[in-house]
Design a protein around this ligand. Structure first.
Ligand code: GP9
Ligand code: MN
Length: 616
């Protein structure tokens, strides 16, 4: 043993340094939640089951090759750590293979990137200096003997078995049924997660090749049985109207009716909600595709992918979208968004979704005065869009994707309608000001719609696309919400986003706040039914929110779910009323199955491009 350490000091040091660096990134680069000491221990040991066998390859090599191999491996793994930390800073998630192919989006992150530099990156390079210094002083051992290699790998195998079985003890199905990357990284390790992701991608390619009509029938049997027939009172309530759908960037439900420094964050939305069908238990269901995922869910009533953005990974699939249904009723569908058309691969995907026209950044006058952060400010965006809108032939379904309230939430003082919040998180402090600005933009847009005479024959739909404030800012969030802490239960509740439907002359006569659990997946059937269009034959996982046959339920893409009575997260079933874990958690069991079934069937549709077999 002692001789091994002495002879193979360079291998041992390389492993030790890489182990330390990985653990430092786990602790300071990511925010991996640990519920107990066992989780902490798993985090600590998990890098070893990857590093030991990989770096052990050096034992087969002669002196020069050892040096090259160990330094290169160290460099590549360090690059993986740094890239993941940058990506995590932005998306609170780990890189997956599909997102690597979205690299062109990264360049557009622009001002966000400078926010993401981490002093830890410098620390990540120190070991190279130490290793170089040591290499000058100490000679390397020649190739190891067969016996040494055999013993080394026997130790590696035992360690691997030990690690995986203890990880299983914590969460027996963490690999097969968990869509939660955080659990995989915590229990298995970051590098191991990348290997796992690679295997999952390969399996996905296989699924497409082997999919056939029978696979589609399995899905159709489920969706048909789950269908909720429309409620006659609401069916066709907005028939023939134009639709204005506003996607509210990074807007979470907690801002509605919430004050900071004595002032409302969303005064206009608060008022509008009182005249609308307003859903206050409505969840976002996006994953790595962020805004594009929310667009995908609304268009298809299918779940997005658990990794990568469907807008990239499945843009050549066939779909049966909301837009295609509307086209049959002579609607045209247009999209307004002042960003590059290639961002999120929108130019390609919009065609597959059946959107007729995309007014992208080239349709707008953008200059320094009217832009901030990610581009054209929302007030100017709406203002310029209306000129196109008023020229459209009715009926139309238009979608407006706002942008100002995007990370890192920057706005000039002259556009700040309220003061920043005061907490340890500058991100949350600024967030309230950009949400407030967005609220003002919607107000001016509604006024313009009235002025132009476009208001009365329209159905307005407003929806938050995904969260804006990640878990990294939960301490400050607790201050804002005047709570002691943000528990895992609260973290799920924070996935609620505003959703409201305003039909002038209709909802203002009989406004409603609807508190049944719902999600973005339900938007498509709900809107189509309000427009008087049946969805009985559609392959869809959502249900009409006005139907009397619907079971209130929302599943998040990581497998967490919510019903009116229960909430399931981190392997624990909570009572919605007491917010405490329930004693007999089998009450959640049927929903765990429903959640997993829906997610996996929806994945089958996307991965197998099953709608190519769909005829109706
Ligand atoms: C960019 C906009 C915002 O075009 O959709 O992207 P996001 O990062 O929120 O997905
Ligand atoms: Mn977004």
């Amino acid at each position: 043993m002692k001789a091994f350490f002495k002879d193979h000091w360079f291998l041992v040091c390389s492993i030790l340094f890489m182990w330390m660096k990985t653990y430092i990134i786990y602790q300071f680069g990511f925010h991996i939640r640990t519920a107990n000491l066992f989780h902490e221990w798993l985090l600590l040991i998990n890098p070893l089951s990857f590093l030991l066998p990989l770096f052990g390859i050096a034992l087969f090599l002669n002196e020069t090759k050892q040096k090259v191999f160990l330094l290169t491996a160290n460099l590549i793994l360090t690059a993986i750590l740094i890239s993941n930390t940058i990506f995590y800073g932005f998306y609170i998630d780990f890189i997956t293979i599909p997102v690597l192919f979205q690299a062109k989006n990264m360049g557009d992150m622009g001002s966000s990137m400078t926010e993401l530099f981490h002093p830890l990156f410098l620390l990540m390079l120190i070991d190279f200096v130490v290793l170089a210094w040591l290499l000058k002083r100490k000679p390397l051992a020649p190739k190891a003997s067969f016996k040494t290699i055999k013993t080394y790998y026997a130790v590696c195998c035992s360690f691997l078995v030990f690690h995986v079985s203890t990880a299983m003890m914590d969460h027996p199905r963490f690999l097969t049924s968990s869509y939660d990357r955080e659990v995989i990284v915590r229990n298995l390790g970051l590098f191991q997660f990348h290997l796992y992701d690679g295997a999952a991608q390969t399996a996905r390619i296989g699924q497409k090749a082997f999919a056939d009509e029978d696979t589609l029938s399995t899905v159709a049997n489920y969706t048909k049985a789950d269908y909720s027939a429309p409620n006659e009172e609401y069916f066709g309530l907005a028939k023939g109207r134009n639709v204005v759908f506003i996607s509210l960037e990074s807007t979470q439900q907690f801002v509605v009716d919430q004050k900071v420094n004595g002032q409302y964050i969303t005064p206009f939305l608060n008022q509008l909600a009182k005249k609308s069908f307003y859903f206050d238990e409505f969840y976002q269901q996006t994953e790595q595709g962020k805004t594009s995922d929310s667009e995908f869910i609304v268009a298809n009533s299918l779940y997005p992918s658990s990794s990568g953005a469907v807008f990239f990974t499945a843009s050549d699939n066939e779909y049966d979208t909301l837009y295609k249904q509307l086209k049959k009723e002579s609607y045209q569908s247009v999209q307004f968004h002042a960003n590059n058309k290639t961002f999120w691969n929108r130019d390609v995907m919009y065609e597959s979704l059946g959107i007729d026209r995309f007014y992208d950044v080239d349709s707008y006058q953008v200059n320094e005065q009217n832009s901030t952060g990610w581009g054209l400010k929302d007030i100017d965006f709406f203002d310029q869009s209306i000129d196109y809108l008023k020229k459209l032939k009715a009926p139309y379904y238009s979608t407006f994707i706002t942008l100002t309230n995007h990370f890192p939430f920057e706005i000039e003082p002259k556009d700040q309608f309220i003061d920043e919040f005061d907490s340890s998180s500058t991100i949350l402090n600024r967030y309230v000001t950009t949400v407030r600005y967005q609220d003002e933009a919607i107000k001016t847009f509604f006024d313009r719609m009235k002025e132009e005479g476009l208001y009365d024959n329209t159905m307005f739909v407003l929806m938050g696309d995904h969260y804006g404030i990640s878990e990294a800012h939960h301490e400050a969030m607790a201050e804002l919400l005047k709570k002691e802490e943000i528990t895992p239960f609260d973290a799920v509740k924070l996935q609620r986003v505003p959703f409201l439907i305003y039909i002038p002359g209709v909802t203002d006569q009989a406004p409603q706040t609807i508190s049944e659990t719902a999600g973005q997946i339900d938007v498509k059937p709900t809107l189509l039914h309000l427009l008087g269009i049946e969805t009985k034959d559609a392959i869809q996982f959502g249900n009409d929110l006005f139907s009397n046959e619907r079971t209130p339920f929302a599943v998040l893409r990581n497998g967490n779910f919510i019903t009116d009575d229960y909430l399931y997260t981190k392997n624990t079933c909570y009572d919605q009323k007491t917010k405490e874990p329930v004693e007999q958690d089998e009450v959640c069991q049927p929903y765990i199955e429903k959640a997993n079934k829906e997610l996996s069937l929806s994945d089958k549709v996307i991965n197998g491009n099953l709608l190519r077999f769909y005829q109706h």
